[in-house]
Write a protein that binds this ligand. Structure first.
Ligand code: ARG
Length: 231
């Protein structure tokens, strides 16, 4: 956990995931969480005049932590869905994402989602990819993992035929951590938008939306975006 901010305001707890490059991941040197989401929530807090204490956990824990009200804020590349909106509040969207397939760099057989029948397809449990595969590809063999890196590793070792996950994470992993061994297959499958999450009826939603808009208008959002995604 790490504290941030020097304003006189309240301190709020922020739940984040422990490994979702480049949105949130552990910086081995400092032992602190870093990434796009971390920079964004710190900038939002500065703008809105509160402090944040960041705690990393499994993604399912972030969702559950919002539902139980255990944490004040959640930021974890979380897709705004109608189903989640029944139990969680969201800020305005802050990032356009989507789902995509990754396969072995030498795989010529799977070129789109049309080729998934009978294939072993991995993803992380509790995510929109899990829902997408079970709803759209009942003839694929869905295998869920507690962390996505385990799925990527099983793909690299040939135990899986494909992994489905969020476009920015797949692309970042393919380009930085699996260069030459994995590639994306096909187009973006389902457009999604990430939102900052809150327990239902949180009074913070409005302040956070206002701060988010200011950061977009004054260029801070673009600076953070460029730092993690280039250009
Ligand atoms: N966007 C997807 C979802 O909301 C996956 C998010 C995974 N995030 C993470 N921090 N591991 O279900």
């Amino acid at each position: 956990s790490g504290e941030s901010g020097d304003s006189e305001g309240e301190t709020y707890t922020v739940a984040t995931d422990n490994n979702f490059v480049p949105f949130e991941f552990m910086d081995e040197e400092s032992g602190e969480m870093q990434g796009f989401d971390i920079d964004l929530i710190k900038a939002v807090a500065d703008e809105a005049g509160f402090n944040v204490e960041i705690e990393s956990m499994k993604f399912d824990g972030v969702v559950a932590g919002m539902q139980s009200g255990r944490y004040d804020i959640g930021i974890a590349g979380m897709t705004i869905t109608e189903e989640r909106k029944e139990t969680i509040d969201f800020s305005d969207p802050y990032y356009d994402a989507g789902l995509i397939l990754a396969v072995d760099a030498s795989n010529e057989e799977i070129t789109s989602e049309e080729d998934l029948a009978g294939k072993k397809v991995g993803t992380r449990s509790g995510t929109t990819s899990e829902t997408y595969i079970s709803e759209n590809h009942p003839d694929a063999e869905l295998i869920t993992f507690p962390g996505i890196v385990e799925a990527y590793m099983d793909l690299e070792s040939g135990r899986l035929d494909a992994v489905m996950y969020d476009v920015p994470n797949v692309k970042y992993y393919v380009n930085n951590d699996a260069e030459g061994t994995l590639k994306t297959a096909g187009d973006t499958l389902q457009g999604e938008q990430y939102g900052i999450a809150f327990p239902k009826d949180s009074e913070l939603v409005e302040d956070v939306n206002e701060a988010l808009q200011t950061l977009i208008d004054n260029g801070t959002y673009d600076d953070i975006y460029e730092e993690w995604f280039g250009e």
